[in-house]
Design a protein around this ligand. Structure first.
Ligand SMILES: Cc1cc2nc3c(=O)[nH]c(=O)nc-3n(C[C@H](O)[C@H](O)[C@H](O)COP(=O)(O)OP(=O)(O)OC[C@H]3O[C@@H](n4cnc5c(N)ncnc54)[C@H](O)[C@@H]3O)c2cc1C
Length: 491
């Protein structure tokens, strides 16, 4: 029988050295209950079976107690911005999860909460040795975890599978990419080590309640039956681990080598398009980085030591690892990250000083949502997001910054940016989104620039710069092509 010591005081989980132990955090002060029947893994934001540290830890715990593992996954139509777009993407992934878990001999059940809620998770908790769930710093997950942990009579571990270098490796909020980059580079070789799931020893089947979805459910039917926003239509992105891998394979074969010169050009769309998969945890940034290194026959050491000039891989890794981990660091340490108050003090001060500056145009939230501004490029970017579920990264910066000049107060600009991004972007509701908006409107992870009207010391981006840099007529034509019905452009 395993000891009742907290897991980090035992020697049987070898991986819990170095970075590994920073991934796993005991959220309450309870102990494992060895009289339980199984280990419970509540899958939230890591919707995959590979490079999933929570799953790995849950299997180790189950093997330690020689019990089965029960995976619980749910989707509630109450969650903000639930729409056909997010539901279709998630449910396509769920269908694949049923198959993948079956192959692994691990119990997996998905509860699509509709109408009267069943106390499913609480029922499962009654017989659990411990609860393992995903550590994720924004949107609904932190509150879900802290609420459930209060009802938990046994240990509740949250496990960080979302970052490359775990959020808890850092002791505080970092102020720029420059202050986090060298710390990440120092441990990157360890962070990118291979992760294989241990084999689950006890494969006893678990019977899920009849209101859980059967593995052969019909995605479109379940989406149409749900009380969610049906006006936000499904996107062309297909959900699931396989689709994520296909996107990565295509990117490596066709677009990785030119990434440093093509990434900012909105007329080319040659970035990896992996952000929706990263957001829902259908692919791990570690798996992406490992595959790129393998493809290029490079090690982390060679990447950083022998290649001196910046190239596509350095720049891609800087986005995928440094910028992304920095955004997660921001949301982990700054609980106000989804609000205007989360922006740096200096930028709020400068924006306040320029609050009275004359705005040439003012638009309501509805006008903005319908892409009814005087700026054809902004409108095109908005429509790209509304109809495809994504907006090119360079246009995101431009799109967001213009909101400062078209709203009465910078606080309004922030709220509208979060609303539109979270509602329409498949990758919205993500730490990258909150950090991106705080960067664009409030100079987060940036520095003060020369003072300009309305923006104050926040970095400015305007239409003339956009047109000077890129063939924006080409961008307009490309967006025109993706419009489902050009006679009616209302979302
Ligand atoms: C106003 C604004 C809003 C944004 N909203 C979101 C959002 O809701 N969700 C989201 O994932 N990203 C957001 N970003 C960051 C960035 O624009 C997207 O991650 C990127 O455009 C996604 O496309 P891709 O996967 O093809 O990226 P690639 O260029 O292929 O990059 C690979 C990965 O690196 C990460 N990455 C790239 N750029 C950044 C960045 N600037 N900051 C942090 N990580 C980055 C992403 O995870 C991305 O998938 C936002 C940026 C801004 C300025």
């Amino acid at each position: 029988m395993p000891s009742n010591l907290p897991f980090w005081k035992t020697k049987d989980i070898q991986r819990l050295r170095g970075l590994g132990q920073k991934r796993i955090f005991l959220l309450n002060s309870k102990q494992d209950d060895p009289t339980g029947d199984y280990v419970l893994y509540w899958m939230q934001m890591t919707q995959r079976t590979t490079f999933n540290f929570a799953l790995q830890f849950a299997i180790e715990q189950a093997n330690r107690y020689k019990v089965p593992l029960v995976v619980y996954h749910a989707l509630d139509e109450d969650y903000p911005y639930a729409s056909d777009r997010t539901y279709t993407f998630i449910l396509e992934g769920v269908k694949e999860l049923y198959q993948r878990f079956k192959k692994l001999g691990i119990n997996y059940g998905f509860y699509l909460v509709r109408g009267k809620k069943q106390p499913a998770l609480d029922t499962f908790l009654k017989k659990a040795i411990c609860l393992v769930s995903d550590d994720y710093p924004s949107f609904v997950t932190p509150l879900e975890n802290t609420t459930v942990t209060q009802r938990c009579l046994m240990s509740h571990y949250v496990v960080d599978s979302c970052t490359t270098v775990p959020m808890r490796f850092f002791d505080k909020q970092k102020w720029s990419a420059a202050t986090i980059r060298s710390k990440i580079h120092k441990v990157l070789a360890e962070a990118l080590e291979d992760v294989t799931n241990p084999v689950l020893l006890n494969k006893k089947p678990f019977v899920y309640p009849e209101y859980f979805l059967p593995p052969d459910f019909d995605v479109a039917k379940e989406v149409s039956r749900s009380s969610i926003d049906h006006t936000v239509r499904p996107s062309a992105f297909k959900g699931g681990e396989t689709a994520a891998q296909e996107k990565l394979t295509y990117f490596i074969a066709h677009n990785l080598d030119t990434y440093e010169v093509t990434k900012d050009d909105p007329t080319l769309q040659r970035t990896s398009h992996l952000s929706p998969y990263l957001h829902f945890g259908m692919i791990s940034p570690i798996a992406i980085a490992r595959q790129i290194l393998q493809h290029k026959k490079l090690s982390v050491d060679r990447l950083f030591k022998s290649l001196i000039s910046p190239d596509a891989i350095h720049i891609y890794f800087d986005q995928l690892i440094v910028r992304r981990d920095l955004a997660y660091n921001f949301c982990h340490f700054n609980k106000k990250h989804a609000t205007y108050q989360g922006m740096p003090v200096w930028s709020r001060k400068t924006l306040q000083e320029h609050k009275q500056d004359k705005r040439l145009y003012l638009y309501t939230k509805e006008q903005l949502e319908r892409a009814q501004t005087h700026d054809p490029y902004w409108n095109a970017a908005q429509l790209e997001m509304v109809y495809t579920g994504s907006m090119h990264g360079f246009m995101r910066m431009y799109w967001c910054k213009q909101l400062l000049t078209w709203t009465k107060r910078p606080q309004d600009a922030f709220k509208i940016a979060v609303y539109l991004n979270d509602k329409y972007s498949l990758d919205g509701r993500d730490p990258n989104g909150y950090a991106g908006i705080a960067w664009a409107l409030g100079g987060l992870h940036d520095r003060p620039w020369f003072t300009k009207p309305i923006f104050g010391k926040v970095r400015l981006m305007n239409m003339s710069g956009l047109v000077r840099k890129y063939n924006m007529q080409r961008y307009l034509a490309a967006v025109e092509k993706i419009m489902p019905d050009t006679s009616s452009r209302k979302p």
